[in-house]
Design a protein around this ligand. Structure first.
Ligand code: PGA
Length: 254
């Protein structure tokens, strides 16, 4: 697999989301572990680094491992104190950005509309986008999971012209950082419905080719069963991506 390539077929995709964790010492150790590990060569791996460590991560990670920013703004430059643009991310040699993560939505109040605008600009800037969607516990309990994830996906889809650069991450909010993983059946059910939604609302070809990855308390212990589901094309991993266990998750399909 070519380094840094953004795959358009359903190559298994494992993203790590380091969130606001680590320092040069601990991330450097993790990077050494990843660089020296034996990684399944049919799995695409991307690490989401904190903004200040994007350059550090890209400079130190082996070229076979991609790097993602965890957020970016919707325009190229200007008076937007504290924000970063896709152009800056690309300037650091970084190929991906995570957008619409539930922490951006629910801690920082990002709307579907803003996330859509960010997706459009990131894609125009030639970044790959890991676009996140997912329902809250009360929404699942109220039986509105499908309605919620379809609406979030619509706001993203409205802004995508080239789906080969998009990975869709289904991350039920109740499973993120809680140790409560969706069961393989629960994950498969939503992934399958999302793929059918894409078939009906985008195209047959995109439904067949887009990677839909699962996130929410993925671990070395549960990754094989989750990853064996038909419509689960990989993972977005938070807590466990900071541990050597991340290697086992990358190798879930090995
Ligand atoms: P978690 O986070 O693996 O710690 O649950 C997943 C995510 O937020 O992407």
């Amino acid at each position: 697999m070519a380094p840094h390539s953004i795959m358009s077929s359903r190559t298994f995709f494992v993203g790590g989301n380091w969130k606001m964790n680590g320092d040069k010492k601990s991330l450097g150790d993790l990077i050494t572990t990843l660089n020296t590990a034996s990684l399944h060569d049919e799995t695409e791996v991307v690490c989401g680094a904190p903004t200040v460590y994007l350059d550090f991560a890209r400079s130190n990670l082996d070229a076979r491992i991609g790097v993602a920013a965890q957020n970016c703004y919707k325009v190229a430059k200007g008076a937007f104190t504290g924000e970063i643009s896709p152009a800056m991310i690309k300037d650091c040699g970084v190929e991906w950005v995570i957008l619409g993560h539930s922490e951006r939505r629910h801690v920082f109040g990002e709307s579907d509309e803003l996330i859509g605008q960010k997706v459009a600009h990131a894609l125009e800037s030639d970044l790959g986008v890991i676009a996140c969607i997912g329902e809250k516990l009360e929404e699942r309990e109220a039986g509105t999971t499908e309605e919620v994830v379809y609406a979030q996906t619509q706001a993203i889809a409205d802004n995508v012209k080239d789906w080969s650069k998009v990975v869709l991450a289904y991350e039920p909010v109740w499973a993120i950082g809680t140790g409560k993983t969706a069961s393989p059946e629960q994950a498969q059910e939503v992934h399958e419905k999302l793929r059918e939604w894409i078939r009906a609302n985008v195209s047959e070809a995109v439904a067949d080719s887009v990677r839909i990855i699962y996130g929410g308390s993925v671990t070395g212990a549960n990754c094989k069963e989750l990853g064996s589901q038909n419509d689960v094309d990989g993972f977005l991993v938070g807590g466990a991506s900071l541990k050597p266990e991340f290697v086992d998750i990358i190798n879930a399909r090995a």
